[in-house]
Design a protein around this ligand. Structure first.
Ligand code: G6P
Ligand code: MN
Length: 448
């Protein structure tokens, strides 16, 4: 099997590489190709991979290329983790709205729209090249905003494309741990869009364990969601929202924290990673050690702006020793596709009839079954009018953003921003769009 990693020089590539080590025999991976346009970071990444090889006493057949067609040719699985514009553009995505008192976040709010606008044209080109060079490949998209990007590429790749996020699985693991149960022994009724989903039930046979969990303050206190969200509010909702809903339910508090911090999440990461990439570790072992320390530091402050407190610095995705995190979700899906063994996972896939109030071809993030035939959504309990309303509103924003990106339309981009529930007025939406065009070169070219 040929596995291709788009954005292979990225900081998180070693996490994927460790997971590849774990499953390469099961998957029959005989070639791993790292594709990237940024070759400056590549030697450093390869050195960390060498550290992993030494630690494990074996090697994966890996090579790097900057030629997209060479990377894609005959691929069986393509995993995309590219970031168009790099961290510099992430910082613009976040700082522009914040300067207008609006949430500064890379996937939620105006930042997600800007991120999607510049990324969609590139991902469409990649999807077309994949269709030509590797028509049988499964395309796993981790490139954010994962829901919108997956919807834009599914128009080209159909059901061979699906999207990945680690947050639902992380949430299930925390809840299972709070209940003292293995996650696989419970059914999590989860539905929504990427970074906008809800757990409506935690089923154990005929029983729903969620009301008991919500009623128990001590148990709730063990969950990150119990810190991020007001616990009485959770009880009144009767659901546990994805952690990204903190940006909707706590908007004013998050914006206040962001303004007080004096730097956005992107700026924080840029600072720590500049030091990481500038250092030249003497040995592959030292390179691996530095990567692990930087990963741990990054994880320990994740979602701090939303009120998350991490006592042990842990976060799904930090290490992949038991196939967790983004890489774990991706490779679990690849294993199910390869073996045909039905596996239940939350992925971003075409709705069909799972969320009956949305179009059948809309990408939703919900419970799916993965078999050798691909990824299919599963219906869950009906969502409340509140959750449904927010999801519908955001799907309209997403589709308007996709149309704006494909048509290069400033008018549609303005409309997407104005319709976003976190943007307070049409005038503010216009000002944010003007600032994005002034500051971000890809957006300036796209929306000329
Ligand atoms: C979670 C989300 C990803 C997102 C990441 C951001 O894992 O599921 O979609 O990219 O957080 O983390 P960062 O450390 O870059 O702020
Ligand atoms: Mn995600």
């Amino acid at each position: 099997m040929k596995l291709v990693l788009l954005g292979g020089a990225g900081f998180r590539t070693p996490a994927m590489y460790e997971a590849v080590h774990d499953v390469r025999d099961l998957l029959g991976i005989d070639e791993l190709v790292l594709y990237d346009v940024d070759d400056a970071r590549l030697p450093r990444v390869l050195r960390v991979l060498e550290g992993i090889d030494r630690e494990r006493g074996s090697r994966v057949n890996v090579r790097a290329t900057a030629d997209l067609d060479d990377a894609l040719e005959g691929a069986d699985v393509v995993y995309s983790a590219i970031r168009v514009g790099g961290i510099a553009s992430r910082i613009i995505d976040e700082t522009v709205p914040l300067a207008h008192g609006v949430l500064g976040q890379e996937t939620t709010g105006p930042g997600g729209i800007a991120f999607a606008l510049r990324t969609i044209p590139v991902m469409r080109m990649i999807a077309e090249r994949t269709a030509a060079r590797a028509p049988r490949a499964w395309f796993m998209n981790f490139t954010n905003p994962a829901g919108m990007i997956t919807e834009a590429i599914a128009e080209v790749l159909g059901d061979r494309a699906f999207g990945i996020c680690d947050t639902p699985r992380g949430m299930f693991r925390r809840i299972a741990a709070a209940l003292g149960r293995p996650p696989e022994s419970l059914w999590f009724d989860y539905a929504g869009l990427n970074h906008l989903g809800y757990i409506q039930a935690v089923l154990d046979g005929g029983d729903d364990l969620l009301p008991g969990l919500l009623a128990d303050d001590a148990l709730l206190a063990t969950l990150e969601e119990g810190d991020i969200f007001d616990r009485d509010f959770l009880r009144s909702l009767g659901m546990i929202p994805n952690e990204y809903l903190a940006y909707y339910y706590g908007t004013a508090d998050v914006v206040a924290r962001q303004l007080a911090a004096g730097r956005t999440r992107g700026q924080e990461i840029a600072e720590t990673q500049a030091g990481y990439f500038a250092a030249e570790p003497a040995t592959p072992e030292a390179a691996l050690q530095a990567w692990r320390e930087t990963t741990r530091a990054r994880s320990s402050t994740y979602m701090a702006e939303a009120g998350a407190v991490r006592v042990d610095g842990s976060r799904a995705g930090a290490g992949v020793d038991d196939l967790e995190g983004y890489a774990g979700v991706a490779l679990r899906a690849a294993l199910a596709l390869r073996s045909g063994e039905p596996t239940v996972m939350v992925l971003n896939a075409r709705n069909r009839s799972a969320l009956p109030f949305l179009p059948a071809d809309a990408i939703v993030e919900t419970v799916c079954v993965v078999t050798g035939a691909g990824v299919r959504t599963v219906a869950t309990a009906p969502l409340s009018l509140h959750a449904r309303g927010l999801i519908e509103q955001m799907k309209e924003v997403e589709r308007t953003t996709i149309a704006a990106a494909l048509q290069g339309s400033a008018a549609l981009a303005a409309r997407a921003l104005a319709l976003h529930p976190l943007v307070p007025s049409v005038a503010v939406a216009d000002r944010i769009l003007d600032a994005y065009r002034a500051q971000e070169p890809n957006l300036r070219a796209l929306l000329a």
